[in-house]
Design a protein around this ligand. Sequence first.
Ligand code: FES
Length: 145
Amino acid sequence: MENLSVGEVAKRCGVNVSALHFYERKGLISSARNTGNQRRYGRDIIRRVSLIKVAQQLGISLEEVKSVFESLPKYGAPSHAQWERLASHWQQQLDQRIALLQKLRDSLTGCIGCGCLSMQRCPLYNPHDEAAKKGSGPVFLLQDE
Ligand code: FES
């Protein structure tokens, strides 16, 4: 498989070269060096960087991505089985995040139990901030159904 320069990876993935250097410093991706001491990446790195980019757009921390990526081999393209293991490990966390995002979307015009008492429905759903007894933060959003 062809090796790519950092510029080629950056261009294909739509990220800055500095972002790739940052991901590498954080241990999210790895490169080899050519005889001129320049970074070279296997083409499979594009998939990892693409997943990092999407995860970041979804507000998933680099630390979380790193912990998920730790099940993958440091160099070379992961096998299908390795991607499957990663997926099963990450799926539950992603499902929880999706459920919370759906709740947030559906609750934007309603009372979320945060204690602000500023919405029309707050007196009905959270009279006198009764929700504070259940904990801190937007308790209606964070509580399990
Ligand atoms: S939205 Fe904040 S307490 Fe109702």
